[in-house]
Design a protein around this ligand. Structure first.
Ligand code: NAD
Length: 525
């Protein structure tokens, strides 16, 4: 009886509001067979979608964009209820970002998908015309996290669809309703149901998707899961994009504006309760600004409003669940025990609910503390001083992650010089995180932060296989490089190589004379 109850429990996904504990829905969990069946349906529907014109595919995106714009507040509220972030933030960092990503696809799909002529420089290949043709993979599998439950799968889905793919999405088990809302909007926009399917489930459903007949996988999640997914994909040479964790540093140089930098730091560390891959996770401040910086942060933190994000005055919502909160607690306790100064927060806000953690400011952290090494993924701002730009670069780069970084300075030239030396997929000057809201900007990491890119043209490129098509302009003539080798041919080839690549004009001329017969040569076979 007990094992039956367990079976029933694991077969149901319970969507819960992290702010209130309210159960929002109970959904059946997809079995591996359900996942495979979804991919089979997607495979069957995709060729017809690929055969439709770009114009028709764009029309679906336009309609989706219009519907999302009309229902923006409902979508934002759903994101708030299921993922905990404030509704206003859901509007800015999810809905707006998706509307803009749709616009990018609408504006650029024609140009991107157009065949691209590929002129040949080599004289011997002048009788051919080459072009690049971008073809959809077929079925794109998407495995998504809970922290941006709408924007991440939506950006990937729109890019996949406009380039002619079908999509099977496995959302996080914590945020299935948001994914189903994305699907609902796309179907309402006229998309065939088999072209965008959602399989609700936990890790095993994601693993089943990786093992299914999908043609490419877009995975976003933790480094640990990303490695497991990467291994499974490698066994069958499935192409993957891995968007993984980060430990993004902020470098506040001695000429930075402390007022601006502290406001930026608080937003980047605490928005979405610090549960953003691009969150500020390590803050390094030049020693000359260090104490004023900490004092300003402390003063501003006291003014932040924490609570249920459905209240439009709230700025910081709950964390997603207790497990994540415990990780944050452990890292903060470890830092304090090892000598960090706790300047704000550092405690649960039980009066608001079990998932609330106070925005926390730590001073005097050292580079070796867990809070400076491991992804924290919570509302914690650890700050350490540095003495020189050299020192700051060394600290920024001394991490296994390389998602993004920021440099705060009043000198653009100095900031750009620092940016050139930081090993990260994105470096922003005087801002953080908002790069994800720039539809043209590629998003992805160096080092353990991932492989591949989403967003912008590089994101579209991940959705297509590029085929080279070559047309011979003199089809009735046998090619000079075909069989019929011999001494004369070897001399002519040497002549051609001299003609093309010799260092002096004299040698080139000699090469031209020696190779002249090559193009009159009739092949033996
Ligand atoms: P997670 O790795 O726990 O889960 C991500 C997804 O993978 C979920 O849908 C989960 O069900 C699924 N999954 C779990 N095991 C699987 C398996 N064996 N095979 C296939 N799928 C499996 O991550 P999370 O807690 O949902 O998200 C937080 C993490 O995501 C953080 O580390 C964060 O930095 C990262 N993240 C990265 C980006 C980025 O763009 N680089 C964006 C958002 C989040």
């Amino acid at each position: 009886m007990a094992s039956e109850a367990r079976t029933v429990r694991t077969a149901i996904i319970v969507s819960t509001n992290p702010a209130t504990g309210e159960v929002l829905a109970e959904l059946p969990c997809a079995t591996p067979d359900d996942v495979r069946a979804a991919v089979t349906r997607a495979k069957a529907a995709q060729p017809q979608w690929q055969a439709t014109t770009v114009h028709d595919r764009i029309a679906v995106l336009r309609k989706f964009q219009q519907l999302l714009s009309e229902h923006r507040n409902d979508v934002a509220q759903l994101i708030c209820r299921e993922a905990g972030k404030p509704t206003a933030e859901a509007l800015a960092t999810e809905v707006l970002v998706v509307l803009d990503a749709a616009q990018f696809c609408i504006a650029n799909a024609y140009r991107f998908l157009r065949d691209q002529p590929l002129p040949h420089a080599n004289l011997a290949m002048k009788t051919k015309r080459g072009k690049l043709v971008h073809e959809p993979y077929g079925v794109i599998g998407i495995v998504a996290p809970w922290n941006y439950p709408f924007s991440i799968p939506a950006i990937e889905t729109l890019g996949a669809l406009v380039t002619g793919n079908a999509v099977v999405l496995k959302p996080s088990e914590l945020t299935p309703l948001v994914a189903l809302e994305l699907q609902r909007l796309l179907l309402a926009a006229g998309l065939h149901p088999d072209l965008m399917q959602v399989v609700v489930g936990e890790g095993p459903a994601g693993a089943a998707l990786v093992e299914s007949a999908i043609d490419k996988l877009m995975f976003t999640g933790s480094v640990a899961t990303g490695k497991r997914v990467g291994e499974a994909a490698a066994r069958r040479l499935l192409p993957v994009v891995l968007e993984l964790g980060g430990k993004d540093p902020m470098l506040v140089l001695d000429d930075a504006d402390v007022e601006v930098a502290t406001s930026g730091a608080l937003w980047a560390a605490f928005m979405n309760a610090g549960q953003t891959c691009l969150s500020l996770e390590r803050c390094y401040v030049h020693r000359s600004l260090y104490e004023p910086f900490l004092a300003k942060c402390r003063e501003k933190i006291a003014r932040l409003r924490v609570g249920n994000g459905i209240d439009s005055e709230v700025e910081i919502g709950p964390m997603i669940h207790q497990r994540q909160l415990k990780i944050v607690e452990e890292q903060v306790n470890d830092a304090v025990q090892r000598g960090a100064r706790l300047l704000a927060g550092g405690k649960r806000l039980a009066e608001l609910g079990p998932n609330f953690y106070a925005p926390t400011l730590l001073g005097d952290v050292t580079h070796d503390m867990r809070v400076m090494q491991e992804e924290t993924f919570g509302p914690v701002l650890p700050v350490a001083p540095f003495d020189s730009d050299e020192d700051a670069i060394r600290l920024a780069n001394d991490s296994e992650f390389g998602l993004a970084a920021s440099v705060w300075t009043s000198s653009r030239r100095r900031g750009e010089a620092m940016a050139a030396r930081i090993k990260a997929g994105t470096v922003m000057l005087n801002d953080m995180i908002s790069c994800f809201g720039i539809a043209e900007a590629p998003h992805g990491g160096f080092k353990q932060s991932g492989i591949g890119r989403i967003h912008g043209e590089m994101g579209l490129r991940e959705m297509v296989q590029t085929k080279y098509v070559d047309v011979d302009l003199i089809p009735r003539i046998r090619k000079v490089w075909w069989f019929g080798y011999g001494k004369q041919y070897q001399q002519q080839m040497n002549g051609l190589i001299d003609l093309l690549f010799a260092g002096s004009w004299g040698k080139k001329l000699q090469g031209a004379l020696r190779s002249a017969g090559l193009f009159r040569r009739s092949t033996r076979i």
